[in-house]
Design a binder for this molecule. Structure first.
Ligand code: TYD
Ligand code: MG
Length: 462
């Protein structure tokens, strides 16, 4: 069979390919991302011919005649993961599970093998651990199933041929950065290798109806190592959040073709592996100090679930020419915006102070509805006055300091009441809409602007 060596340049950001090198990627505009890669091209290779997912007799079908398979989703046995996936793993789908090293990806996947292996065959292909290491870990996690097969292999051809021999229902590849195709000259983990091997695994999933889970490492910037196209190619992308020093882990769907992307799953890493935390609010509020300034509780919606989080702020006079701002769990630009509003509207001198912000438990707050709580935590710190442990604040702040309404009031207020909050600051706009939940022992205070919210420091009780 005729073969020839080909050289192309691939962008490590977007996967754009070109025969010529350029300093700036013509597609995404990033600088110094074009990497040279060469591979052996087999002309008319049967392998390449069969890369189309539908086979060579593929034809368009009438949509109404299509039939769904007998089962479409399988539960993983871990409710928190099923919630993130939108109710379980969809047959023939490809899920990318990404996260920092040591966060718990392999642990999670080995744990779900236990349930998946009850009714289906699972092939776990690992390029990172030996078979005995996997067995040792599985023993610790009490994972055992006659339907679970492990393979320590990184060559894509061998993984796919074992997949043909064993014919599993689930294929787990840990990790995509270790897998390589020997027709490409670049090293495993390079853009071309990740893209090519992922494509072959996706084709395998779609043509044989196998559900594939790929493990992906995250680079220093927090993105999935490898081309951005990997995220476009797969059906769902799940991110593991949280830090290794902390026992809590959050799985968040950033893309899901078969479900919502808002849901999060909360876990705790223990000596028996990852345990589900069905009640995250209680976990996030545990150990909250009493009567201390610089914190405020907020209730955010994570998908369909209200979760109570605590925002902490610390402000100290700066020794630098320009003050430091450090933000953990809150968008940096959002934090700067709130600081500017407080400085301009309330005359608070944050510009002479360093500011450190933190959300307890490694949670990330993306919702503007947490603005008011953030502002109150900052004011409380600067005044060195506690807001009181039973106060919770909701509302988005505008640039003039006005407080704008938030959605899902009913669920948020009920969750706050359930966890013992007795004073809830709520935007006035939500009162105007009516239908506020009435709960005995809970007073709901209308807030038109940040000026109204300051009253809370006068009615202090703890
Ligand atoms: P791991 O799943 O290997 O991480 P990843 O695959 O994302 O790189 O997780 C390893 C970490 O989890 C390691 O620091 C030890 C910890 N761990 C536990 O605390 N308890 C356990 O039962 C297991 C299996 C791991
Ligand atoms: Mg691992």
């Amino acid at each position: 069979m005729a073969t020839k060596q080909k050289t192309v340049f691939l962008c490590s950001e977007c996967g754009y390919s070109s025969t010529k090198w350029s300093g700036k990627c013509p597609s995404c505009g990033e600088w110094n991302t074009m990497e040279e890669t060469s591979f052996v091209e087999e002309e008319a290779s049967p392998k390449n011919k069969n890369r189309a997912i539908g086979g060579k007799d593929n034809k368009a079908l009438p949509f109404d005649d299509l039939e769904l398979p007998a089962y479409l989703r399988a539960e993983t046995g871990t409710g928190e993961l099923d919630r993130v996936l939108g109710g379980g793993i969809v047959q023939g789908s490809v899920v990318l599970m990404a996260g920092e090293p040591g966060i718990g990806k392999s642990t999670m996947l080995l744990q779900i093998c236990n349930t998946l292996g009850k009714n289906a065959k699972v092939l776990y292909a690992s390029g990172e651990e030996s078979t005995w290491q996997l067995k040792y870990r599985a023993k610790r996690l009490a994972v055992s199933s006659p339907n679970l097969f492990v393979l320590t292999e990184t060559n894509i051809d061998k993984i796919l041929s074992e997949c043909t021999r064993i014919a599993p229902d689930y294929l787990i590849v840990d990790s995509i950065q270790t897998v390589f195709d020997d027709r490409l000259s670049s090293a495993p983990g390079s853009v071309s290798q990740v893209r090519e091997t992922a494509l072959q695994l996706i084709n395998c999933a779609k043509s044989r109806g196998i559900s594939v889970i790929l493990v992906g490492h995250v680079n220093k910037e927090g993105g999935i190592a490898g081309p951005k196209v990997l995220e476009h190619m797969v059906d769902a992308v799940l991110y593991f959040e949280g830090d290794r020093q902390n026992a809590f882990r959050i799985i968040r769907a950033v893309k899901n073709r078969y479900g919502s992307t808002g849901e999060i799953g909360v876990f705790e890493m223990t000596d028996k592996g990852l345990l589900e935390v069905p009640n995250p609010s209680e976990m996030l509020l545990s150990g909250r100090p009493k009567g201390v300034s610089g914190n405020c509780a907020v209730c955010v919606m994570e998908g369909s679930r209200p979760i109570i989080a605590e925002i902490q702020a610390l402000s100290v006079p700066t020794v630098f020419p320009s003050p430091r701002r450090t933000s953990n769990g809150i968008d940096y630009n959002r934090a700067c915006l709130i600081l500017a509003v407080l400085e301009r509207r309330l005359g608070l001198r944050f510009s002479a102070n360093d500011v450190y912000l933190n959300v307890i438990g490694g949670l990330r707050l993306d919702e503007p509805g947490s603005d008011l709580a953030l502002a109150l935590a900052l004011i409380s710190c600067l005044k060195d006055k506690s807001i009181g442990g039973k106060v919770l604040a909701l509302g988005e702040l505008g640039l003039s300091g006005e407080c704008r309404p938030v959605s899902f009031i009913d669920q948020r207020v009920k969750e706050a009441a359930r966890l013992g909050f007795s004073t809830i600051l709520l935007p006035k706009g939500n009162f105007d809409k009516g239908n506020l939940p009435r709960i005995e022992g809970v007073s709901i205070v209308p807030v038109r602007s940040i000026f109204d919210a300051l009253q809370i420091f006068n009615s202090k009780e703890d």
